[in-house]
Design a protein around this ligand. Structure first.
Ligand code: 5GP
Ligand code: MG
Length: 176
């Protein structure tokens, strides 16, 4: 594994993003909606850097990978609290093709919030397949598969305090 973003770099980038978010909302109350499971670390760290009143809510997004096609994306809103009329800030770990955030935003918009903005820790350069872009981005990274700080490989590595790229030897065999 090769460290791409150290814990210190992560905290600095998230602090900058938090400052932009605070400046945008000017002290207004917001509902931060974390997209499970990858956003957990960012959610926990980011909200502690914001100084306006914060509500927290969660939504689950998962894709089931078929053999040939892109996995079908499922959004589970069971954990989502009442967001009608609220100012929503969606949080995700990484913006890749963009389909996940696009689908979640459409689902949220159907619930009549006052506004919807989005913040992601990472944006993978050159991978986007949708028009949408996140409003706040921590870091732009090259097109490599990354793990750590919420991001997984086979549901492992989410707890790493840094973001790392996986080397070929990490990908072979069981990740134990
Ligand atoms: P998108 O829908 O934008 O293509 O993909 C977003 C989701 O794909 C992320 O929330 C994340 O779960 C997963 N993903 C995309 N790129 C990576 C990556 O490099 N590493 C990991 N661990 N997950 C990724
Ligand atoms: Mg995810």
């Amino acid at each position: 594994m090769k460290v791409l973003l150290s814990p210190t770099q992560l905290q600095d980038g998230i602090q900058q993003m938090a400052d932009q978010i605070s400046q945008h909302y000017q002290g207004r109350a917001i509902t931060v909606v974390g997209i499970l499971t990858g956003s957990l670390m960012l959610l926990a760290d980011l909200i502690r850097m914001l100084d306006q009143p914060i509500r927290i809510s969660l939504v689950e997004a998962s894709s089931y990978h078929g053999t040939t096609t892109r996995g079908e994306l499922t959004i589970n809103p069971d954990l989502l609290s009442d967001i009608k009329g609220r100012d929503i800030l969606l949080i995700d770990d990484i913006f890749d093709t963009g389909y996940t955030l696009q689908k979640v935003i459409r689902m949220i918009e159907d619930l009549q919030p006052n506004s919807v903005r989005s913040a992601v820790l990472l944006l993978k350069e050159g991978r986007q397949e949708v028009e949408l872009r996140p409003d706040f981005v921590g870091f732009q990274i090259p097109d490599q598969f990354v793990v750590g700080y919420g991001l997984d490989y086979q549901d492992l590595f989410r707890n790493l305090p840094y973001v790392a790229t996986l080397e070929p030897e990490d990908l072979s065999g069981e990740a134990e």
